[in-house]
Design a protein around this ligand. Structure first.
Ligand SMILES: [Zn+2]
Length: 298
């Protein structure tokens, strides 16, 4: 019996496949470019297939887990909607399982990251926490008593679209004043201005003492803390676990975040604030979680 369980993060820009050990260690990775949303879905099938075959290197694969950036129907292994992928109302798991001759499981990317964090990261020491990812936008997952709490329709955790400013900035989701319009990588780029190539460049400049870059990160951190205060008031978690690319800014972000959380939380001064922790699983969390789902059967 083979023990090769492959996790694949099918993201908006790249497909990242990996072999992950039972202890959550990434043993090897392979990547391909993600074809755009308007491409033929089969092109994305091919990219994922190539990445999985590169990981296998001729060995027999036991199962494959897919971490998908989009709304998914877990029970039918279907991708309902994705902003960036050609898979739309697509029976992905069944089709790829037939093509490869192995079981294929899929889940959305934030749920996969939460599964990884539960199995190998902060879940080892905390059983009630919120995972909040701050990247291009904001993603969220609720961990209750050591399990991912999905909500009645599997759509819990959309923390990025809590309204923080009435009649505020127009969000891509169609609403106005959503948290991720003020606290995200996109917001950081807007606040920092055009002289930085991307979010990483803003972070690097801030770390080197650039006051404008540091000010933009602090402003994002402040909004992020205001958003987290609403979540702590609602869920009373034992910890806030923060993932996503923007968290690379470290204390430049999280210092203002903690200050705003303390300032904005109901009953502050009369209650313990949950620690704000950086996620342990890092940028490969989606892929690691997908491999874990494949290994354990979801
Ligand atoms: Zn929104």
């Amino acid at each position: 019996v083979t023990d090769l369980h492959v996790g694949v993060d099918v993201g908006g820009t790249k497909v990242l496949a990996g072999e992950v050990s039972a202890e959550g260690r990434v043993l090897r990775t392979a990547r391909r470019r993600t074809p755009g949303r308007l491409a033929d879905p089969r092109e994305l099938d091919d990219a994922v297939t190539e990445a999985v075959e590169e990981i296998a290197g001729g060995r027999t694969v036991a199962s494959v887990g897919l971490s998908v950036a989009g709304l998914v129907d877990l029970t039918r292994g279907r991708v309902r909607f994705s902003t960036h992928l050609p898979w739309q109302e697509d029976h992905t798991a069944a089709r790829l399982s037939e093509r490869w001759g192995v079981p294929v499981l899929l889940d959305n990317d934030v749920s996969c990251a939460a599964v990884a964090e539960l199995a190998y990261g902060r879940g080892l020491t905390h059983s009630d926490f919120l995972l909040v990812t701050i990247g291009t936008g904001i993603g969220g997952a609720i961990i209750h008593q050591g399990r991912l709490w999905r909500g009645a329709n599997g759509m819990a955790g959309e923390f990025g679209h809590i309204r923080v400013v009435p009649d505020g900035r127009q969000c891509e989701c169609g609403l106005r004043g959503c948290l991720e319009e003020y606290a995200s990588g996109n917001a950081l780029r807007r606040l920092a201005g055009d002289s930085y190539e991307d979010g990483e460049a803003v972070t690097a400049a801030a770390a080197a003492g650039d006051p404008r870059a540091a000010g933009a990160i602090a402003a994002v951190g402040d909004w992020f803390g205001i958003g987290l205060a609403g979540l702590v008031g609602s869920f009373d978690p034992a910890a806030l676990v923060i993932g996503g690319g923007v968290v690379d800014a470290g204390e430049l972000l999280l210092g203002p975040t903690r200050a705003a959380l303390e300032r904005s939380l109901v009953g502050s001064g009369h209650r313990d604030l949950p620690p704000v922790l950086v996620a342990a699983c890092g940028p490969a969390a989606g892929m690691v979680g997908a491999a874990h789902i494949a290994r354990t059967g979801g």
